[in-house]
Design a protein around this ligand. Structure first.
Ligand code: FEO
Ligand code: CA
Ligand code: CA
Ligand code: CA
Length: 502
């Protein structure tokens, strides 16, 4: 198994202080370009960029990496700026359409101009939208099962929070808090809460939901490979007292098969982490029915593997899965194959600032059924960060995390000292291991999400999500970032940060 070696010299930047400014604050020498904002036209058919951009994933189109496709998730809308308030406690069909259109994902084409600034190419042949209105295929054990009302195709994707890259270079995007949209739009809830797969380059690749990976409030999906060649996907269920999961494919990854490897995500075993025993417990219908024996309601609920994946959390708890403090992003270290999990917080247990857990798989094998773990870094005043959410690695074995203190708590009570949300670099090796250095501070009431380095690490794509989220009066927004098009409207936008030096 090939492992990356860290570069000898890391990024140099003077860490910033926490900030309450209505600006994306960066260390001296770093700049950003606003690449795409809510409502921007992205292609000749006049599709528009959705709301509340989250996960980003860059696909270079040329070797010099100055042009590429960027997948961007759109997690949710704000009725004040998108669909408008309900009339008599109900949305009209036109409002529902807006609500669904502005979630899902965007594929945009981006390039650097002669001055190095990143721009959106609105003439792109590849740019398109995947939305709450797009038809999806279901794969895996729930496909056609009674647990999804017999569906083999379903309408749309929404609540797309974070995601992951497959070994065969497609994107996985995760449906997280799907409940309100499915209810408001009158859609079957069992059709949401899945991991979807999209090929940004190929519209003929049918967009699909892989039910074998379970249905819950999916944050992201981090793919790696077991020592024997099976594909492994780590996932967190971002709810209070919810579990960490991994899926191991039945078949083995075959590089030559290219995108046909997608079939690996249709059949395999879904496991839940038992942190007491240090064991990955397989969520099979046989095990669930054995644990349910004598309990008529559970035996009625769980009859097939389709029922297990649709009601994943209940099956996991029944089999001894450990409830944790809101597992958000999970990332596999490319340096030592340990697994980092951002546990953002859980006020039910007084964990106000969250922590980052590190799993050590037995023999460093992602295919193992045993593990040990440690708390790698704890949020709080001492570390300087609170509520870790998305994670990504750079080539110097630094873990980068963005924080998500909710808008109503920012700059109040025990969250005061952190000021606005931010982005932090945390070395995972060397003398500074576990120390957080602040790299960015978000505009007012925004969250930084979806950090993604270009392969040359000269650019970091980053989403600035929900600036001015607490605004109630459009005439007096709480944030006016990014002040484009002469307007005062706070606009969720994807930026490209430049200035990285080694
Ligand atoms: Fe959408 Fe768990 O953050
Ligand atoms: Ca998130
Ligand atoms: Ca979050
Ligand atoms: Ca968010």
């Amino acid at each position: 198994l090939m492992r990356m070696k860290p570069r000898k010299t890391g990024f140099k930047f003077q860490p910033i202080e926490p900030s309450s400014k209505d600006e994306l604050v960066l260390p001296r020498g770093y700049t950003y370009d606003v690449v795409a904002s809510y409502g921007d036209i992205i292609n000749p058919s006049k599709d528009t960029f959705g709301y509340n951009n989250d996960y980003t994933l860059f696909f270079p189109m040329k070797e010099d990496e100055d042009r590429g496709l960027l997948w961007v998730n759109h997690e949710y809308t704000n009725p004040l700026y998108v669909e408008g308030e309900k009339v008599n406690d109900k949305y009209t069909p036109a409002q529902i359409e807006k609500h669904l259109y502005n979630q899902g994902g965007s594929i945009i084409e981006v390039y650097q101009d002669k001055d190095g600034r990143w721009k959106l190419d609105r003439t792109s042949k590849f740019a398109r939208r995947v939305t709450g209105l797009t038809p999806f295929a279901l794969t895996g054990p729930a496909k056609g099962s009674t647990a999804v009302k017999g569906a083999t195709e379903v309408q749309g994707t929404f609540a797309n929070c974070s995601g992951g890259r497959t070994l065969w270079n497609t994107v996985l995007s995760c449906e997280e808090n799907f409940e309100s949209t499915s209810e408001e739009a009158g859609l079957e809830p069992a059709h949401y809460g899945w991991v979807i797969e999209v090929d940004p380059f190929d519209p003929a690749f049918k967009v699909r939901k892989h039910t074998a990976l379970g249905r819950f409030n999916h944050e992201n999906a981090s793919m790696g490979i077991a020592k024997d060649g099976r594909a492994v996907v780590y996932m967190g269920d971002d709810k209070k007292d919810a579990c960490v999961y991994k899926f191991i494919s039945k078949g083995k990854y075959n590089k030559a098969a290219g995108k046909k490897n997608s079939a690996l995500l249709e059949e395999g075993t879904l496991y839940v982490a038992d942190l007491k025993k240090g064991k990955w417990t397989a969520l099979t219908i046989e095990a669930v029915r054995e644990a349910a024996s004598g309990k008529a309601d559970l035996l009625e609920k769980f009859k097939t593997q389709g029922d297990v994946v649709v009601n994943c959390h209940d099956a996991a708890i029944l089999l001894g899965g450990t409830p944790t403090d809101r597992p958000e992003d999970v990332e596999i270290s490319p340096f030592d194959q340990t697994i980092f999990v951002a546990h953002t917080n859980n006020d039910k247990h007084g964990n106000m600032h969250g922590h980052i857990t590190r799993f050590f798989e037995k023999d460093g094998d992602l295919g193992s059924e045993e593990f040990d773990f440690e708390i790698f870094a704890a949020g709080g005043r001492q570390s300087g960060f609170s509520a870790p959410d998305n994670l990504t690695f750079d080539s110097n074995a630094n873990l980068w995390t963005v924080t998500d203190i909710s808008s109503d708590k920012l700059n109040t009570a025990v969250w005061k000292s952190f000021k606005n949300n931010g982005m932090f670099m945390i070395p995972t090796i060397g003398p500074d291991k576990g120390i957080a250095y602040q790299f960015a501070s978000a505009p007012v009431q925004a969250e930084l999400t979806g950090p993604c380095f270009t392969p040359d690490e000269k650019t970091l794509f980053l989403s600035v999500q929900h600036p001015g989220e607490e605004t109630t009066d459009k005439a007096n927004p709480t944030s006016t970032w990014p002040q484009i098009r002469g307007g005062n409207m706070p606009r969720p936008s994807v930026v490209a940060i430049r200035g990285f030096k080694f």
